[in-house]
Design a protein around this ligand. Structure first.
Ligand code: PEP
Ligand code: MN
Length: 290
């Protein structure tokens, strides 16, 4: 509406404080306390280390139910699985779409795990009513109309960093959602493009303390997309703990060799179980030391 002031999430006399950064609602200077996002009972942020796990894509009922049960048994608190997939090739598997969302809901019913899945188009928003945490993927980080619309809802949003975006651009994208009136934003560092070819992307681990200094929003690490290599998931998940991230998101497939998307970087449930044991013991060690 014309003349209407944008809701920047800034209350009281904080609105008078001038900051040099272009983001206000996401700015720690104006909101010193850590934001804790409640995803259907699972708290993300504020010292709790949360683990999201599941396949890149939902492929079948058996696949998603099997993986959901296994990752839950290993200690994951949220289930991921793509129904709408952003693929580089139009000939690659695009996801099961609304059918995939239904299968995710079945897995949620069976296990009690809240579900995380990516939205690619505003047109699909109504179908996401039962999704607990809506992912905005790297390729849509600057889809501003999508961000504005998600700002009008109260759903928790997992905002991944764009493939070649700066931290300030990323926080400005978060600002779009916050400024619309939705305070439930979680950031996810998933690796950025560099000249390095040994890994799929380069994990910008320093993004975690930098974000923590600049913003109150929780931040997760996605070591699967950051590296493209399953054996790097464990050391980089431990790095996520050490550097103060609020959790990790890890791809797990019951049969990575046959996966329709991102098989090469996916852990088997057994590998995931091993990673969880070593990561959660590091979390406990850090908590005791504090
Ligand atoms: C994904 O999570 O499967 C995905 C496509 O991630 P990103 O947007 O980080 O590439
Ligand atoms: Mn993937």
């Amino acid at each position: 509406m014309e003349g209407q002031k944008p809701n920047t999430g800034v209350r009281g006399n904080q609105s008078e404080i001038q900051v040099s950064e272009p983001y206000r609602a996401a700015n720690r200077k104006l909101h010193p306390a850590d934001t804790v996002v409640d995803v259907s009972g699972v708290k993300i942020g504020g010292g709790h280390f949360a683990v999201i796990a599941g396949p890149c894509s939902v492929e079948s009922e058996e696949q998603i139910l099997t993986v959901a049960q296994k990752v839950k048994a290993s200690g994951a608190e949220l289930l991921r699985g793509g129904a709408y997939k952003p693929r580089t090739s139009p000939y690659a598997f695009q996801g099961l779409h609304d059918q995939g969302l239904k299968l995710l809901c079945k897995a949620k019913q069976a296990t009690g795990l809240p579900i995380v899945t990516e939205i690619m188009s505003l047109e699909h928003l109504d179908l996401f009513a039962d999704v607990d945490l809506i992912q905005v993927g790297a390729r849509n980080m600057q889809n501003f109309e999508l961000l504005k619309q998600l700002g009008r809802s109260q759903k928790p949003i997992l905002l991944k960093r764009g493939l070649a975006n700066t931290i300030e651009e990323w926080l400005m994208s978060a600002e779009y959602i916050l400024a619309g009136g939705n305070p439930n934003v979680i950031l996810c560092e998933r690796g950025i493009r560099t000249y390095e070819t040994a890994t799929r992307n380069t994990l910008d681990i320093s993004a975690v303390p930098v974000i923590k200094a600049k913003s109150h929003l929780p931040i997760l690490i996605d070591p699967s997309h950051a590296t493209g290599l399953p054996w790097l998931v464990e050391p980089l998940s431990k790095a996520a703990v050490a550097v103060g991230a609020d959790g990790v998101m890890i791809e797990v497939h019951n049969n990575p060799k046959e996966a329709l998307c991102d098989g090469p970087q996916s852990l088997t449930p057994e590998q995931f179980d091993h990673v969880m044991q070593s990561v959660l013991s590091l979390v406990q060690f850090e908590q005791k030391a504090m």
